[in-house]
Design a binder for this molecule. Structure first.
Ligand SMILES: [Fe+2]
Length: 97
């Protein structure tokens, strides 16, 4: 994340959006793999919630910063950085990896 405002705020919002997107992916996997239909439906509902949370952070960033293309471009940059970090081996346990 960039250290100086207002870029720091934009990066914070977009990192939050990425966290929500990853939660969404986990809920999708659970909802598709669980043999218990009731539990699968529960996680499918959470999937929808996480997707909304992702959109809220992105839309808030667009509302505050005004330039949708620039916001989405920065989101892509942060997602690429995230992918690079996760591709590197780590000796530490990762809760959100
Ligand atoms: Fe969430």
């Amino acid at each position: 994340m960039r250290p100086a405002e207002p870029a720091r705020l934009l990066d914070t919002l977009l990192c939050c959006a990425l966290i929500e997107a990853r939660s969404c992916e986990r809920m999708k996997l659970l909802s598709e793999q669980l043999p218990d239909a009731e539990l699968a439906a529960f996680y499918k509902g959470l999937l929808a919630c996480e997707a909304r949370h992702h959109r809220v952070y992105v839309e808030l960033a667009v509302e505050l910063f005004g330039d949708r293309d620039a916001v989405l471009g920065r989101l892509e940059e942060l997602a690429e950085h995230e992918a690079q970090v996760l591709a590197e081996p780590s000796p530490l346990a990762r809760l959100h990896a």
